[in-house]
Design a protein. Structure first.
Length: 261
């Protein structure tokens, strides 16, 4: 986590909860920009492309990162429609009282996470579950429930595609896979993705794989060979050629530059 810079694009395979307590900022979620200001909550679902922007020096955003592995140990489940709704409306305005309640729980969670108690794990799990349930309740109650229903057919298809490619990009590299998932002809899906998102299918692949490559080089101790295998490249040489074409530097040079900074 220490190498994740939220002002650079990254993909986090988990959930991100945020509370904006001061200043102005923005967040890009899957290439869509959302304003952040005091009393805004932020909820980003797994496999999203995320980038933050700090617009004022006093901008403050309190974040909680939850891995999917940890999330699945908790008695809280969200279906695909919940994820789609949160992706559509990741930022919500809350009242002062609601923000104060969340901040109080946030601080309590941080405090007990550092304690050494017999039932510490159970206490932290309970506090974190309460925190997540409050967030989920807000989204169920006050998010723009008509956003997905009012979107055009093409918008819905494009959002479904983005959701799918961020889920399956490591193993599925062919347009036909995503077209079959959406019960569409490949050419039709390709034209909609380009029209709605501004990027072609091939560009989406390159963007997502490049971001994930950077994440792995920055945040893990995986070797370049292991990363190439993890991303289903034929070998490390193919991965190195791809990465240098996209970024202008080799994977090793990129990792070395991150470590030095």
């Amino acid at each position: 986590m220490k190498y994740i810079n939220v002002t650079e694009e990254f993909i986090f395979e988990g959930l991100i909860y945020g509370i904006c307590t001061n200043g102005l900022g923005r967040v890009s979620v899957n290439n869509r920009i959302h304003q952040l200001m005091k009393n805004h909550t932020l909820l980003i679902t797994p496999h999203s492309i995320v980038k933050g922007f700090i617009d004022t020096a006093d901008f403050e955003l309190k974040l909680v990162f939850i891995s999917l592995e940890y999330f699945f140990t908790l008695p809280l489940r969200m279906d695909k429609e919940d994820f789609m709704m949160m992706n559509e409306v990741p930022v919500l305005q809350r009242t002062d009282n609601e923000i104060n309640d969340l901040l109080s729980l946030f601080q309590t969670l941080r405090t007990f996470k550092k304690k050494d108690l017999v039932y510490q794990e159970a206490i932290v799990n309970s506090l974190l579950l309460s925190y997540m349930l409050i967030f989920s309740s807000y989204y169920k109650k006050d998010s723009n429930k008509g956003a997905l229903q009012n979107a055009s057919k093409e918008d819905k298809i494009a959002r479904e595609f983005v959701y799918l490619i961020l889920t399956y990009f490591k193993t599925e590299k062919q347009l036909s896979f995503y077209a079959n998932k959406l019960c569409l002809a490949s050419n039709y899906l390709s034209s909609i993705v380009k029209k709605v998102t501004g990027h072609s299918f091939e560009q989406w692949k390159q963007i997502v794989i490049t971001i994930e490559s950077k994440n792995l080089l920055k945040t893990t101790d995986m070797s370049i060979v292991e990363i190439a295998d993890h991303l289903n490249f034929p070998n490390a040489s193919f991965f190195g050629t791809f990465f240098k074409k996209q970024t202008g530097v080799t994977p090793k040079a990129y990792r070395d530059s991150v470590i030095k900074t």
